[in-house]
Design a protein around this ligand. Structure first.
Ligand code: ADP
Ligand code: ADP
Length: 225
């Protein structure tokens, strides 16, 4: 589903983050991207989502080379991804319902169909009773669950989350991980960047570990931390 072939990446005027890395992420995988702060975890996610371009090499999403996509095709690629960030990136002047409805309205889905899907997504993350709440009145864990509802409302095939438990306590972190795992169990491929894997005990996952400009892949394992 996601294939990296000999991908190298460096930002202008800086050292290489990766050199010639190759790996596959298969449909239905639950993958953690690990590595120290500054190793390139966020950058790797941005490459997958087509937000950054590699310095060299190929990135294929469903057999399509994203470096060769026509600019008009990029919004369609983005739609396949649900993105979740550590800082939520919610719109604080709109209520929960409107935050989740936004990706649908960008696709031209409005009215009853949009409302049904927004409520289905809010229900999945346990926030159906908070649809009128403004994000600022929600706890950190609830804000992150709202961001996950917004990420999945367009039914993406891949969810990419960058430190989604950053700043959350242990209980809220575990809830977020279990929620992402629940989407994975209904077939969504999930890729999560995380520097601290202590929160994922008892969840089976594959690891892509970034170190010294290389990426090592470890097979599925269950953390017992
Ligand atoms: P991680 O997520 O593992 O902490 P990042 O991918 O955020 O790592 O960053 C890796 C390195 O690339 C850091 O040294 C960071 O400063 C640098 N970097 C990240 N984004 C940019 C950018 N847009 N331009 C230049 N350097 C960047
Ligand atoms: P509906 O299909 O009627 O919208 P579902 O209960 O199937 O309701 O899904 C509720 C929400 O959960 C969807 O809007 C979507 O956000 C998310 N979801 C469910 N299944 C998937 C899936 N396979 N891939 C991505 N998102 C999903």
């Amino acid at each position: 589903m996601i294939v990296f072939k000999n991908v190298s990446m460096r930002y202008p005027n800086s050292a290489h983050l990766f050199r010639q890395v190759s790996f596959n992420i298969d449909k239905g995988d639950f993958v953690l991207v690990t590595g120290h702060s500054g190793a390139g975890k966020s950058t790797l996610l941005k490459l997958m989502a087509g937000i950054e371009a590699p310095s060299s090499g190929q990135i294929l999403i469903n057999q399509q080379d994203i470096g060769k996509l026509h600019p008009n095709a990029v919004p369609y690629l983005r739609r396949r991804f649900g993105l979740v960030f550590q800082d939520h990136k919610l719109l604080y002047d709109r209520n929960s319902f409107d935050n989740v409805a936004l990706p649908l309205s960008i696709q031209g889905i409005t009215g009853e169909e949009a409302a049904r899907r927004v409520r289905a997504a809010l229900d999945k993350v346990g926030l159906l009773n908070k649809e009128k709440a403004m994000p600022i009145t929600l706890s950190g864990g609830e804000q992150q669950r709202l961001a996950i509802a917004r990420a999945v409302v367009s039914r993406p095939s891949i969810v990419i989350a960058d430190e989604p438990t950053g700043g959350l306590d242990q209980t809220a972190s575990l809830e977020i991980m279990q929620l992402l795992k629940a989407f994975n169990e209904v077939g969504v491929t999930v890729v999560i960047a995380m520097h601290d894997v202590a929160q994922v005990s008892s969840i089976a996952y594959r690891t892509l570990h970034i170190d010294h400009q290389t990426i090592s892949t470890l097979p599925a394992q269950t953390a017992m931390l």
